[in-house]
Ligand binder design. Sequence first.
Ligand SMILES: Cc1ncc(C[n+]2csc(CCOP(=O)(O)OP(=O)(O)O)c2C)c(N)n1
Ligand SMILES: *[C@@H]1O[C@H](CO)[C@@H](O)[C@H](O)[C@H]1NC(C)=O
Ligand SMILES: *[C@@H]1O[C@H](CO)[C@@H](O)[C@H](O)[C@H]1NC(C)=O
Ligand SMILES: *[C@@H]1O[C@H](CO)[C@@H](O)[C@H](O)[C@H]1NC(C)=O
Ligand SMILES: [Mg+2]
Length: 365
Amino acid sequence: MRIRCFLIYFLLIISCATRHGMMGKVLRFIERTQLPVYLTPMAKGDIDERHPQFHGIFAGNCSTESVQKEVYNADLILSIGSMNSDFNTGGFTYRLSQKKAIEFHTYHTKIFYAVYDKVDMRELLPDLTEHWPTNIIRQYNGTQNNIEPVILDAKHQTEIVHEYLWHKLPDFIPEDSIVVAETGTSEFGIFNMRAPKGVTFLTQILWGSIGYSVGAALVGKDDNRRVFVLVGDGSFQLVCQEISSMLRFKTNIVIILLNNDGYTIEKFIHEPDRAYNNIQMWRYHNSFEYFGDGLKQNRDQAITGFAGQVKTQEEFEKAMTQVLNETEKIHFIEVVMPAMDAPKSLVLTIEGTREYKKREQEEHE
Ligand SMILES: Cc1ncc(C[n+]2csc(CCOP(=O)(O)OP(=O)(O)O)c2C)c(N)n1
Ligand SMILES: *[C@@H]1O[C@H](CO)[C@@H](O)[C@H](O)[C@H]1NC(C)=O
Ligand SMILES: *[C@@H]1O[C@H](CO)[C@@H](O)[C@H](O)[C@H]1NC(C)=O
Ligand SMILES: *[C@@H]1O[C@H](CO)[C@@H](O)[C@H](O)[C@H]1NC(C)=O
Ligand SMILES: [Mg+2]
């Protein structure tokens, strides 16, 4: 059989390229092949979103319609480091045909249905870069940078809702910052958020254990990059004492705490009125004070800036303006949000996972 290779439209999905120091090799591969590139949520920020070949974030039904159309219309998909966990696949709504996918992994390579053991992407990718058959690839243009355009609902003019927050936030994130997003509504908000140049995203898509983000925020200390932590009230209660470390080590971290009065993501996954998803309300914005800001014993600590609650979009923007201006200070913005509001990507992921479990159950019966 002769394969009409010249008609094949390839694309590339990158799931987690930073493992094993693969990033340089992946970038050379992208440059050589000129393929359109899509990132899964786990790889958010690995490729600069202003890169001419960056087309969008792919997570099944959580992707924008144009991303889904491009991905599903491809004749062949090359996938690097794919990690098909629930949150990385829009709740298993990937719908990629095995017959069209070549997957590069660390300890094997999968071509359609065949698994080639010990064929390692760390060696294969550079080889393929060198021997890439440019003449058989059809030029594909597609749409560059399909990040969701957010249309704000007129009824939410003052309230801080997710739709607003993730649309507005990138305006206040300087280039080369680090954004740490906690498990919960925060990590879903950043899926389709526009990424300013050079921003590194840290999320915990795979295990999703809550509470890591506050401690992880200390990561930027040594290379002078500003860190923005987005953390839910519930997650914060597991690790709030790291605020003490932030003060002690003189950081200029920006803590943005989403106070939606409980475990919102869990309320969406299970029933909204389960008692165990409600928690003790704290005065979160007083954390600096509680952890010793201004005590004379703590002579050499961080200088605190904004520390308060914001309830309206205007208050949020004013606080963020101060944060941007006062770059040497640490800030704590407690964002008050409705309890049952969530990013669309979270709602879709949960729907997808529910259907996936139902299908699995039916198959076992
Ligand atoms: C260590 C750990 N304990 C419990 C859970 C289950 N869990 C996942 S999300 C979540 C609630 C998170 O609440 P919050 O941080 O307020 O997020 P949001 O309200 O924005 O969804 C819980 C309890 C977990 N993932 N990891
Ligand atoms: C793709 O872009 C090239 C260069 O801009 C252009 O010449 C070509 O017509 C485009 N192809 C399609 C199918 O739009
Ligand atoms: C920026 O901060 C400085 C002090 O840190 C203050 O004097 C100045 O008014 C601020 N500017 C704006 C635009 O907020
Ligand atoms: C995902 O999208 C497909 C195609 O639009 C649809 O058939 C399916 O029901 C969706 N799944 C969920 C869980 O929304
Ligand atoms: Mg919460």
